[in-house]
Every structure is written in structure tokens, then in C-alpha cells.
Design a protein around this ligand. Structure first.
Ligand SMILES: [Zn+2]
Length: 136
């Protein structure tokens, strides 16, 4: 197989991913320990896939694992403490359940809207408006 064939193949495989599957395809968190800090290497990709603001997802991670963190200049999340990929993956799942997937129809075609102090999950597929988990 020559190089052009490989490009064609890569392109067609990419196209195959974007079907109308109801399930959200989110990559597993790519997590690395750096001293006492957990670095989520593909944090930006996660946010892109979820179509959410990185700051919002980071805030949620911080609440979920009970620590502090920030986003570095490369778009990676750096979270204080040692957390493995399973822990970050669980937090990502919880985020999807609370802030991405519509509880009415199960589709991820949603937007977050602020109403006063309350964040509403509005579904563009079925029109449902749902409460999101409170900040506590
Ligand atoms: Zn819906």
C-alpha cells in the first residue's frame, strides 16, 4: 500500500465514525502522572468531543475528585493529586450524565444555558429543558 492509499483509508475510517449513533464517542482520558500532579493529555479533545467549555469541565473535575487544577498553555488539564485514567474516566461519565446527555431522549445534542444562578441543559433534539446537578 502506498502513501496515498493510506491517506484514503484514514479518511474513510474517519468518516465512518460520524454516523448517527446515539452513543457519544468520547476518547478514554489519556492520563499521566507528573510528580504530585495528574495531567490529562487529551483534555482539549475531550472538551471538543463533548462540545463544552474546557473551564466548565475542569471545574467539574475539581469538584468530582475534590482537588484543584488548571489548564496549561497546551490545553491539558493539570489536576493536583494522583488520579488514574479510571477515576478521570468516571468523572467524565458523570459529567456527560449531568451536563451533556439529555435525560429525556438520551441524545447528546444539548446546550447549557444560564438562567440566573441556574444552569439548564437544553436539548436541541427533543426540546427538553432539564436541571443540571447543582454546584452544591
Ligand atoms: Zn432530548
Amino acid at each position: 500500500m502506498d502513501y496515498d492509499d493510506m491517506l484514503d483509508r484514514a479518511a474513510s475510517e474517519t468518516a465512518g465514525v460520524s454516523d448517527t449513533d446515539e452513543r457519544l464517542t468520547v476518547p478514554d482520558p489519556d492520563v499521566r502522572q507528573e510528580g504530585s500532579v495528574t495531567v490529562v493529555e487529551n483534555f482539549r479533545t475531550l472538551c471538543d468531543r463533548l462540545d463544552r467549555e474546557p473551564d466548565h469541565l475542569l471545574q467539574f473535575f475539581q469538584r468530582e475528585v475534590g482537588t484543584s487544577g488548571h489548564i496549561d498553555e497546551s490545553g491539558r488539564a493539570r489536576i493536583t493529586g494522583a488520579f488514574d485514567a479510571d477515576r478521570i474516566g468516571d468523572a467524565t461519565e458523570a459529567y456527560i450524565d449531568g451536563f451533556v446527555r439529555c435525560p429525556e431522549c438520551g441524545l447528546p445534542d444539548t446546550r447549557l444555558e444560564n438562567e440566573g444562578d441556574v444552569t439548564i441543559l437544553r436539548c436541541e433534539a427533543c426540546g427538553a429543558r432539564s436541571a443540571t446537578p447543582s454546584d452544591g
